[in-house]
Every structure is written in structure tokens, then in C-alpha cells.
Write a protein that binds this ligand. Structure first.
Ligand SMILES: NC(=O)C1=CN([C@@H]2O[C@H](COP(=O)(O)OP(=O)(O)OC[C@H]3O[C@@H](n4cnc5c(N)ncnc54)[C@H](O)[C@@H]3O)[C@@H](O)[C@H]2O)C=CC1
Ligand SMILES: O=C(O)C1=N[C@H](C(=O)O)C[C@H](O)C1
Length: 266
């Protein structure tokens, strides 16, 4: 039985991951929250709504990592990088779902995962990862004749924009078209901003209410349009995906993997 510890245990995702780990037959060996969080000391299972587990939410990163096979972390990039560093020191595996990494932070994650197996993925759902695969083919097939625009919608508590999933969709499309995402991504249009260039990939963000997560990539041509959309109705496929990744990653060769590796989609 894989021993899973959860970081961000009282968060929207952390709570669902505790439930998913139990449903998958894994042992929840530890639960972490930030020092000073009001839930520290409380039973992780009671907070997650799956009944008492006898595991108190802790703020002791070293002790929690020590007791697990794999840490699942859905927090923020800075916290995730610190957790990756501690997992590397203690030779434990890690699954990171946090989003909002800068290119420099992602490069640091690759570096820190040199000696342990780690998964870092902006979206743990099967559906979105199949979309990544489809998008590559569609972009390659359509080529430069279709304008690409990406729109994402999320709840009003989300801290990063655009979503990690939207950025990855942009990167997949840009790469398939031989463009550099960081040069062609266009986040803002206002005033007399001029005609659209052929290369740009528009990135639009909508925030409101309790939207779990919706992504649409538009390929817009002359007289026709293709839309590839994914809508998440609950967080459960993210949490189940992260547990699947945790079970997969333990015992793998060191290195930084993504969900495409876990799902065999490469
Ligand atoms: N990869 C995926 O499939 C998905 C990724 N996400 C990403 O996961 C992250 C978290 O999302 P939510 O759960 O909605 O946020 P949230 O804000 O509900 O939960 C984050 C939790 O992390 C805790 N935290 C902050 N600093 C900490 C520290 N130093 N140690 C331990 N815990 C700490 C917070 O107190 C909070 O409880 C975001 O970056 C989000 O974009 C969300 C859903 C799916
Ligand atoms: O913050 C969220 O909620 C989500 N974040 C991820 C992202 O940024 O892509 C994945 C999902 O859409 C939910």
C-alpha cells in the first residue's frame, strides 16, 4: 500500500486528495498545512469529510516527508519547490499539482528532481491530457492559416492567471506550429492595439463564482472555426489523477515526469 502524505491538506484540492487516496486503498500517512493555519492539529479525515483517520494535520514538513513514500502537493510554486527540495534530500517521491510556475521555477524543478522521481503537471485529469495530445495534431494539421485563441474560466478564489492548463495548451500549440510560446502569447488587448498578428496566441482569463475549470482552444479560419473544449464539473478527476500519479511514480527512475507519462500518452 502506497503511503501518501498530502501538502495543502485543508485546501480545496488537498481535502479531495485525502478522500481519493483512501478510495484508492492507499494509506494517508501525513497531512501538511502552513504554519499558523487554523486546521493544524485537527484530524485530516474529519476536515476532508471522510471520517477520522487518526492523522493530525501537521506543520512539520520534515517529519511528514519522513513518514511517506510520496508527497502530493497542491499549494503554490514556491511551497512546491521547497517540498521538492526536502523530498530530494530524503529520497522520497513527489507529485506536484500547483500551477503558476515561471519558466525559471520550472527549470529549478527539473534540477531538483535530478535524484528522485517526481511528477509535475498543471492538470491531472485524463480528459485534459487527451486534449493536449489532440491539440498537437490539430495545430500541426491546420498550420498557420488558422488564428489560435485560448479562453479559460475558473472560480473567483484562483490566484494564478492564465491557468497552468491554458499555458500548457498554448505551449503545445506553439511548439506544433514552430513558435516560441513566450514570444507569441498575447495576454492583453486594449485601445487601438492594431490588427492581430498571424503568430500571436491570445490568452484570455475569466474568473467568477464556483467554476471548477473550463478551457477552450479556438482555431479560427476564414468561414469556419474549430473549438476544442474541456469542462471540469468536479475536482474529483484532478484528485484521483494525482493519486494515480503517486502510485505510478514510486520506484520510477529519477527525473521530472508529467501526466502524459503517467497516462502513457506520449
Ligand atoms: N494540477 C491540477 O490538476 C490542479 C491544480 N490545481 C492547483 O493547485 C493549487 C492549489 O489549489 P486549491 O486547492 O484550489 O487552493 P487552496 O488555496 O484551496 O489550497 C492550497 C492550500 O495550501 C496551503 N498552504 C499554503 N502554504 C503552505 C505551506 N507552506 N505548507 C503547507 N500548506 C500550505 C494553504 O493553506 C491552502 O490550504 C493551485 O496552484 C491550483 O491552480 C488545482 C486543481 C487541479
Ligand atoms: O486552480 C484551479 O482550480 C485549477 N487549476 C489548474 C490550472 O491552473 O490549470 C487546473 C484546473 O483547471 C483547476
Amino acid at each position: 500500500m502506497t503511503k501518501i502524505a498530502v501538502c495543502g491538506a485543508a485546501g480545496r484540492m488537498g481535502q479531495r486528495i485525502i478522500v481519493a487516496a483512501r478510495e484508492a486503498g492507499c494509506t494517508v500517512s501525513g497531512a501538511l498545512e502552513r504554519p499558523g493555519h487554523e486546521m493544524v492539529g485537527q484530524d485530516a479525515g474529519l476536515i476532508a469529510g471522510c471520517g477520522a483517520l487518526g492523522i493530525a494535520i501537521s506543520d512539520d514538513l520534515n517529519a511528514v516527508v519522513e513518514g511517506c513514500d510520496v508527497l502530493i502537493d497542491f499549494t503554490t510554486p514556491k511551497v512546491s519547490l521547497k517540498n521538492l527540495e526536502v523530498c530530494a534530500l530524503k529520497k522520497k517521491s513527489i507529485v506536484i499539482g500547483s500551477t503558476g510556475f515561471t519558466p525559471e521555477e520550472r527549470a529549478l524543478a527539473v534540477e531538483l528532481a535530478r535524484d528522485i522521481p517526481a511528477v509535475l503537471a498543471p492538470n491531472m485529469s485524463v480528459g485534459v491530457n487527451v486534449c493536449f495530445k489532440i491539440l498537437k495534431d490539430v495545430a500541426k494539421t491546420l498550420g498557420d492559416d488558422f488564428d489560435v485563441e485560448i479562453v479559460e474560466l475558473h472560480h473567483n478564489k484562483k490566484k494564478d492567471a492564465p491557468s497552468g492548463t491554458a499555458v500548457r495548451m498554448g505551449e503545445v500549440v506553439a511548439e506544433a506550429l514552430g513558435r516560441d510560446y513566450n514570444k507569441v502569447a498575447t495576454y492583453h488587448r486594449e485601445g487601438i492595439c492594431g490588427e492581430r498578428t498571424k503568430e500571436e496566441i491570445g490568452m484570455q482569463t475569466v474568473r467568477g463564482g464556483d467554476i471548477v475549470g473550463e478551457h477552450t482552444v479556438y482555431f479560427i479560419g476564414m468561414g469556419e472555426r474549430i473549438e476544442i473544449s474541456h469542462r471540469a464539473m468536479t475536482r474529483d478527476m484532478f484528485s484521483r489523477g494525482s493519486v494515480r500519479a503517486a502510485q505510478w511514480v514510486v520506484g520510477k527512475q529519477p527525473g521530472l515526469y508529467d501526466m502524459q507519462d503517467v497516462l502513457g500518452l506520449k
